[in-house]
Design a protein around this ligand. Structure first.
Ligand SMILES: [Cu+2]
Length: 237
């Protein structure tokens, strides 16, 4: 997946901003906190794997586009533990800082991305503050470890804080949404494209939405930071 063609919401968000400028209701209004003047989206994401029901439908990120909100001041955390990233899909807001703590006391880890390009170096657990990175461009960012080829995660950089990650039931709730018609997406790491629907929110109401994603991507093979095959570097991590 490329960052431009694979992230459909960006195009729709741009369209939404244009309609906001044109005064069309729904796109211009950011959610606000006044009880009774906002509504709730209660949704469910149905997940299949190559067409069959997924055993574990959790971990899908549902989110709205069409407005921007400032990033939380608290960093998000992408942990490295048991030679895996956790969570494997981390939603953040544009401009938010992400911390990458190594929680494995028996090995160094690394974190890098090829787009945008950054490399946090190799580091061990318990030796000072974990490295951090700011994410300032919307879209998915694939994160790897230059030591362990099986370590892969996606940071989903979103325009605002109206998002939620589904649990084992596949359900999600987005509270405090301004009235209007919104573009709602569901992003799964193993789906080729986000699912999309439109939902209309009324003040004090609860709107329901259902989305469906099919997991067909199971190969996250990638090169090292320097573009090499992991197996040709002369050592086994
Ligand atoms: Cu690692």
């Amino acid at each position: 997946m490329t960052r431009t063609s694979g992230f459909v919401p960006l195009q729709l968000e741009a369209a939404c901003l244009l309609t906001a400028l044109a005064g069309i209701s729904g796109c211009a209004l950011p959610p606000h906190a006044d009880a009774g003047t906002t509504g709730t989206i209660s949704g469910k994401v149905t997940v299949t794997e190559k067409g069959a029901p997924a055993k574990d439908p959790s971990g899908v990120v549902a989110y709205l586009v069409g407005y921007a909100s400032p990033p939380p001041k608290t960093p998000a955390t992408l942990s490295q533990q048991n030679r895996q990233y956790s969570p494997s899909l981390l939603p953040v807001v544009v401009g938010q800082t992400v911390s990458f703590p190594n929680l494995d006391y028996d090995t160094s880890h690394n974190a890098f991305s090829l787009d945008p390009r950054f490399n946090l170096g190799q580091y061990r657990a318990g030796r000072g503050a974990p490295p951090t990175q700011v994410f300032d461009t919307p879209g998915p960012v694939e994160i790897y470890c230059d030591i362990h080829p099986d370590m892969a995660a996606t940071i989903l950089v979103l325009p605002n804080a109206s998002f939620a990650t589904t649990g084992s039931s596949g359900t999600f709730t987005l509270p405090s949404v301004a009235p209007g018609t919104w573009e709602l997406f569901a992003y799964d790491r193993r789906a080729l494209a986000p699912a999309h629907t439109r939902v209309t929110v009324t003040a004090g109401g609860t709107a329901t939405a259902t989305l469906a994603v099919d997991r067909t991507r199971f190969n996250f093979d990638h090169t090292t930071w320097e573009g090499q095959d992991y197996g040709t570097r002369g050592y086994t991590p």
